[in-house]
Ligand binder design. Structure first.
Ligand SMILES: Cc1cc2nc3c(=O)[nH]c(=O)nc-3n(C[C@H](O)[C@H](O)[C@H](O)COP(=O)(O)OP(=O)(O)OC[C@H]3O[C@@H](n4cnc5c(N)ncnc54)[C@H](O)[C@@H]3O)c2cc1C
Length: 476
């Protein structure tokens, strides 16, 4: 009998693969090892849970352990895979201090990534968080909520998994009045909105001059303006030196030599792929230390696959490997690998780094290659245009200024990337550009797209068409 399909990691990529494999090949034994308590949870909802917009932690669970078992998957929580022997085709699993070997026929490494906080002194103080686990989100929300307002149901819905001690510890603390956010990427921006909802004095520190670097200049400016309008103090081009403590808890943030009193902090300065279990296996790593894979998610060692935040993917514009850890990428690659393991080879697909973020009412989307330096490195001659146009017919209520930036290759006219910002359904418009990138569309072709028009939805000339027209003129 074939050894089982062993999956390491019980979230987006891992469970998508396990479910798909089991559905396609019900006779195949599928074992999922998850080192923590939580499985099938939505990281992406955590800022909105902390904000209070998502009511309960349980709302962010997709499948319960029981539902996973009902699919015929052998789910083992609190089992950490600590080593892989690619020659013997076994993994070493640790549970409660004890170790055992598990043979595999196929192995999927879907271990995700971990938040980086080491460079910031004081990131280990009480009151400092990285928003990269459900327990941290629960503890932070308990910390932000005045004791009299804590509704036990909000956390108890997922009480089975919860680090109750941690949550109780924070619930017992005096709620903070001021917060520091270290890092102005999308998690930092989302957390600014979350802290503001709890009426904290919010300071957001960003080392580069701009927020949201992958989104480019125009969205960054509009988000910065919106954050300021909503009372967030931005410290751009500012390096945080350290978080300082009082009695073991965050009491201030020091940046450019100035100390600002805060009682809580979120450090969102980046993540790194979890690949330690592959040390010594000969599995090759690639961009940013993520696992190198081929079109089918196969690593350099036979029968070992990788997917999700721990793996690189091919970029649809450059054709080169890239690392853009996002939710759909993990789910889609996991599903494809599950299907391949079940007997139907299925490509994991390419990525364009398509992403969306909101800050209060401001929405942004981005896709492809926007940065000119990056475009040049990939062999293109980039040219960009930015326009602002209405989101609906000018006379129709709700019309809002929408800023579109498009970047194209001067020589071929090929669209390389784009970004969109605005308050009226701006973010989701990015999907038009993502689709265009997938088809190697030129700006001239983009300008001729037959996009929908009716006053409540769009002006006759959708902002994307306006931008294409302007950029096409520049290319001509
Ligand atoms: C705050 C936040 C907001 C986000 N918002 C968005 C968004 O809006 N849109 C978007 O596209 N993406 C978003 N993301 C990213 C998205 O959540 C990830 O891309 C996605 O969760 C990756 O799935 P994954 O399965 O690869 O990894 P994970 O979801 O991290 O799962 C990996 C699992 O592997 C387990 N594991 C690790 N090592 C081992 C081991 N050795 N043995 C056993 N188990 C192990 C971990 O405990 C974990 O449960 C957000 C992420 C965060 C943190």
């Amino acid at each position: 009998m074939t050894d089982p399909f062993v999956v390491v990691g019980g979230d987006a990529a891992g469970l998508s693969a396990a479910s798909k494999c089991k559905r396609e090949d019900p006779d195949r034994e599928v074992v999922v090892f998850e080192k923590g308590e939580w499985v099938s949870y939505a990281h992406c909802g955590m800022p909105y849970y902390v904000k209070g917009e998502v009511e309960s932690l349980s709302d962010m669970l997709s499948l319960s352990p029981e539902q996973i078992s009902e699919r015929g998957i052998d789910l083992r929580r609190n089992h950490e895979v600590v080593a892989v022997d690619a020659d013997a085709e076994t993994v070493t699993v640790e549970r409660g201090g004890e170790r055992f070997e598990q043979p595999y026929g196929d192995l999927l490494v879907a271990t995700g990534a971990h938040a980086v906080s080491d460079p910031i002194d004081g990131a280990d103080l009480a009151g400092a968080f990285t928003i990269h686990s459900m327990d941290a989100a629960a503890a932070l929300r308990a910390f932000l909520t005045p004791p009299a307002e804590i509704d036990p149901d909000e956390v108890d819905g997922a009480g089975e998994f919860l680090d109750r001690e941690l949550v109780d510890e924070y619930a017992a603390r005096e709620p903070p009045e001021a917060a520091a956010i270290v890092g102005g990427g999308y998690v930092g921006v989302e957390m600014a909105e979350a802290f503001s909802a709890h009426e904290l004095d919010v300071h957001l520190f960003q080392r580069p001059e701009r927020l949201l670097p992958p989104f480019g200049e125009a969205p960054a400016e509009r988000v910065a303006e919106t954050l300021r309008e909503n009372g967030v103090t931005l410290h751009l081009d500012t390096e945080v030196d350290e978080l300082v403590g009082d009695d073991g808890a965050v009491a201030g943030v020091v940046a450019d030599g100035e100390r600002i009193p805060v009682e809580t902090a979120v450090v969102g300065i980046g993540i790194e792929p979890n690949t330690a279990l592959l040390d010594g296996t000969g599995v090759e790593l690639g961009v940013e230390g993520a696992v190198a894979i081929d079109d089918y998610g196969r690593t350099s060692r036979e029968n070992i696959y990788a997917a999700g935040d721990c793996a690189e993917m091919r970029h649809t514009v450059t054709g080169e490997p890239d690392w853009v850890p996002l939710g759909l990428t993990a789910n889609r690659a996991g599903r494809a690998i599950g299907q391949s393991v079940a007997g139907t080879p299925t490509p994991v697909g390419d990525i364009a780094g398509t992403a969306a973020v909101k800050a209060f009412e401001m929405e942004c989307g981005r896709t492809g290659i926007l940065d000119h330096e990056r475009a040049r490195e990939a062999g293109f001659d980039p040219v960009s245009e930015t326009i602002t146009a209405g989101s609906r017919s000018g006379y129709y209520p709700g019309n809002a200024e929408t800023t579109v930036t498009l970047t194209a290759d001067r020589g071929t006219g090929r669209l390389l990337g784009g970004s969109i910002a605005g308050e009226d359904r701006a973010a989701i418009r990015i999907d038009t550009l993502a689709t265009a990138l997938e088809g190697d569309t030129t700006v001239a072709e983009l300008e001729r797209l037959d996009l929908a028009y009716a006053p409540p939805f769009s002006p006759v000339w959708d902002p994307i068409l306006v931008a294409a027209k302007v950029l096409n003129g520049t290319l001509d």
